[in-house]
Design a protein around this ligand. Structure first.
Ligand code: SAM
Length: 293
């Protein structure tokens, strides 16, 4: 097996294929030999498990996944990389490279086609320029996956895992936590990558919830409209942010806040998941959201 934790070997293979890193595609390849085995273990790769990887790069994480999982399907946008991967993954016949943009792909059909009879998990060192769109696509499509274990920028990891009601909480924290329970597993310093990015990273694991933490009377899309609008103008109160973001009159928003038991001076980062749920139903239905058991 090609040793992709040996930086000279990686450089030799890439240069033989005439490969140059693309900043636009978020290409920072892992070269720390300890990180990929930890990620592969953490994501639950093992017998009976199929792993979807996004952006295999030169295959350093793919190798570790393939050593453990029943099958690995890796989606890669860069057309230059399948030739590199054919060389670095030559020892594995359980890996399939799917060329294309994961954001444009019918991932549900891909999983159904490739992983019939297997439990499915996602594991990836994500291209950082599209961390949130990828995570939200995977979550919103309610794919049949047990967990999502991904490397993201450290700051993004902290934001995604911030509890609603805490200072660091943002729209992405509430949205992710509606679908999953996130945790930060470990930090990864910038020197672990080639080329080294400007920021440190962290590996997070999202355990997919069986059902959301709040039960809504309103449609889910209204909940996410509300969350986006509430965090749309962070320095304003929720009341002002909602008037602007949802084009509502002030008295109507004030009445909904009162019905949801939220003080008029509250800011979005101070609201709990339950308060967002109650406010959603007060605004869009007029009733109250319950807390899921
Ligand atoms: N997994 C490798 C590693 O850990 O060294 C590479 C990770 S690198 C941060 C991100 C990878 O995602 C690159 O290979 C890049 O070409 C690929 N990529 C970028 N945008 C993508 C997209 N929209 N769909 C699929 N892959 C993408």
């Amino acid at each position: 097996m090609k040793d992709l934790s040996d930086i000279r070997e990686v450089k030799r293979i890439l240069s033989r294929h005439g490969f140059h890193f693309s900043k636009a595609l978020g290409q920072n390849f892992l070269i720390d030999p300890t990180v990929c085995p930890r990620m592969a273990e953490a994501c639950g790769a093992g017998p009976g498990v199929g792993v979807l990887e996004i952006g295999p790069g030169c295959g350093v994480l793919t190798q570790q996944l393939a050593m453990r999982a029943e099958k690995v399907v890796a989606v890669e946008l860069d057309k230059r990389l399948p030739a590199v991967l054919a060389e670095t993954l030559a020892d594995f016949d359980t890996v399939k490279i799917v060329p294309g943009d994961v954001l444009e792909m019918d991932v549900a059909s891909l999983l159904a086609q490739e992983f019939a009879g297997l439990r499915v998990t996602v594991c990836a060192n994500l291209p950082y320029y599209i961390t949130s769109p990828i995570l939200m696509k995977l979550l919103e499509e309610r794919l049949a996956v047990e967990s999502i274990t991904v490397m993201v920028q450290k700051e993004a990891a902290e934001r995604i895992c911030a509890q609603p009601g805490s200072r660091q909480c943002g729209a992405v924290s509430v949205a992710v936590q509606y679908y999953a329970q996130p945790e930060i597993l470990f930090d990864v310093p910038r020197e672990s990558f080639l080329p080294a990015p400007q920021v440190d990273s962290a590996v997070i694991r999202l355990a997919i919830r069986e059902k959301p933490p709040v039960s809504l009377a309103a449609p889910e899309r209204d909940f996410f409209r509300l969350v986006r609008a509430a965090f749309g103008q962070r320095r304003k109160t929720v009341s002002n942010a909602l008037c602007a973001g949802l084009s509502r009159e002030k008295p109507a928003v004030a009445a909904a806040l009162e019905q949801a038991g939220i003080p008029p001076s509250a800011r979005a980062e101070q609201l709990s998941m339950e308060q967002f749920g109650r406010l959603c139903d007060a605004l869009f239905v007029g009733g109250g959201a319950g807390i899921a058991e």
